[in-house]
Design a protein around this ligand. Structure first.
Ligand code: C5P
Length: 229
């Protein structure tokens, strides 16, 4: 297990709030996740303000385009200072895109793949021409990402057993949908407690509202860490 497997999801478009959360929580988390909502609003300058707090960043922009465009996009992102610790692309971009993406970034940045968005049902997959069903498609895309040299995947707690059974243990799993005992599921459907997710093989847990929405976010993060031992 990583020293601190919590990746705090900074789901806010507000730079001051993001900096405040980073400052407050940096002793209690392993990573910060910056997504589209923040990056599209504040770009490199906003990213750098948060990243300078010193917590490694998972830059969750889910690139998906032709191989050359994704390669060039990632090269631009690698000019951020400090560089993100983790970036991601959609596995559905295909093998050539995944291989080009891996070549575009140094090994010091982990490249992970989104397989099937957890918002998609089997019916949604079928409507977009994927008749395998979401779970089987996710497994296939995880194997494709692994074969293309990516470091890991984003997956739900429920996907962990299949991925752990099919791929080497070194393949990184970054897992959202985490809810500590006694907190509400909100809009998440496929959830697990931190302890259960780690036991099932999660390497990094993406956690947002269970920490950012708590009356005392530091205490919430500490309690999550304590619950793992
Ligand atoms: O607040 P909560 O812990 O539900 O936040 C989870 C974070 O993980 C959010 O940033 C959400 O966008 C992200 N995420 C997710 N499910 C996925 C991929 C990412 O919840 N499949």
């Amino acid at each position: 297990m990583l020293q601190n497997p919590i990746c705090l999801a900074l789901d806010t478009p507000n730079v001051a709030r993001a900096q405040e959360l980073a400052r407050l929580l940096k002793p209690h988390i392993g990573f910060l996740k910056i997504g589209m909502e923040f990056f599209y609003a504040h770009g490199a300058a906003g990213y750098e303000k948060v990243a300078h707090e010193g917590v490694p960043i998972f830059l969750d922009l889910k690139l998906h385009d032709i191989p050359n465009t994704v390669e060039q996009g990632l090269r631009s992102l690698m000019r951020l200072n400090p560089a993100p610790a983790i970036v991601n692309v959609h596995a559905q971009g295909g093998r050539a895109m995944l291989e080009m993406a891996r070549k575009a970034i140094p090994a010091s940045t982990k490249l992970i793949a989104v397989t099937v968005l957890t918002s998609l049902s089997d019916v949604d997959c079928e409507e977009t021409g994927h008749n395998l069903g979401a779970a089987a498609l996710a497994e296939k895309l995880a194997a494709l990402a692994h074969g293309a040299g990516l470091d890991g995947v984003v997956c739900s707690p429920q996907d962990l057993p299949n991925i752990r059974a099919a791929l080497p243990r070194s393949f990184l799993t970054v897992v959202p949908g985490i809810r500590p005992e006694g907190t509400g599921a909100q809009d998440q459907k496929r959830i697990a407690t931190p302890k259960a997710a780690i036991a099932a093989g999660a390497d990094i847990m993406v956690i947002g509202r269970a920490i950012t929405g708590a009356a005392d976010p530091v205490r919430a993060a500490q309690e999550i860490v304590a619950s793992l031992s």
